[in-house]
Design a protein around this ligand. Structure first.
Ligand SMILES: NC(=O)c1ccc[n+]([C@@H]2O[C@H](COP(=O)([O-])OP(=O)(O)OC[C@H]3O[C@@H](n4cnc5c(N)ncnc54)[C@H](OP(=O)(O)O)[C@@H]3O)[C@@H](O)[C@H]2O)c1
Length: 205
């Protein structure tokens, strides 16, 4: 598969890129500055594109089968809008988006009431960032693309252990965590095995 990764130079992207290459995928690492991508292995193409440069975005998505969005907080909603528009123009069918724990009404309904109350409190305190992620979630759901929305709690640096839970398991908690290595493994598994299509999913260790 050819996978374009937006946010490839970021704290999660740095795990996603080598993990995707290890699986034999071609990776298009999209960044504002190519120098930010350190890993120049076979199978990797680095494309410089500003999110608001439609022509550069379309060039980045040439021949791409699936897109991963792991953009930083400042551009989760506007950046994802730009990615969705470019996917529509270029006919890329599949998107996977990394967001935060409980950042949609639909996912919050899947939480037990005490955890729902905790998330409501976090939402009130971190209002702007939370609402940006809700807008991102909404735009992805309203697109006619095949989507997966991944909602981890706190991320830690660390390699893949392969030991994590996903979906609607009972122990999900905003106080949980998952390593970026496991998160990358999970997100790539979802693309490889067509899992959680048109769903959002929790994931944590
Ligand atoms: N940290 C946690 O515990 C945690 C927990 C759950 C979810 N998340 C979510 O995971 C997602 C990815 O996190 P991350 O730490 O990997 O992100 P990040 O490192 O902050 O940013 C990822 C990339 O986004 C691009 N970017 C950032 N600001 C930009 C801007 N103003 N304009 C254009 N591009 C910009 C940059 O790419 P270039 O410079 O290469 O263009 C950057 O490397 C976020 O949505 C975050 O909220 C984090």
């Amino acid at each position: 598969m050819r996978i374009a990764i937006f946010g490839a130079s970021g704290s999660v992207g740095r795990y996603l890129v080598p993990a995707a290459l290890d699986r034999g995928h071609e990776v298009v690492a999209v960044t504002r500055r190519a120098a930010r991508i350190g890993d120049h292995r076979q199978g990797l193409r680095v494309v410089e594109a500003q999110l608001d440069d439609a022509a550069a975005m379309d060039r980045a998505l040439l021949g791409v089968d699936a897109v991963i969005v792991s953009l930083g907080d400042a551009v989760v909603d506007s950046g994802t809008d730009a990615v969705l528009a470019a996917m529509q123009r270029t006919g890329v069918p599949r998107i996977e988006v990394l967001t935060g724990f409980g950042t949609s009404a639909a996912s919050r309904r899947k939480l037990p009431p005490p955890m729902r109350a905790v998330v409501a409190a976090v939402r009130a305190v971190t209002f702007q960032g939370f609402v940006a992620k809700e807008r991102q979630d909404d735009a992805v759901r309203r697109s006619d693309l095949l989507f997966t929305i991944v909602q981890p709690p706190t991320l830690t640096d660390g390699p893949r252990s392969g030991s994590y839970r996903s979906g609607d398991y009972s122990g999900k908690s905003i106080f949980g965590s998952i390593s970026r290595g496991d998160l990358a493994d999970f997100m790539l598994d979802n693309l490889d095995h067509d899992r959680f299509v048109n769903e959002s999913t929790f994931v944590q260790s």
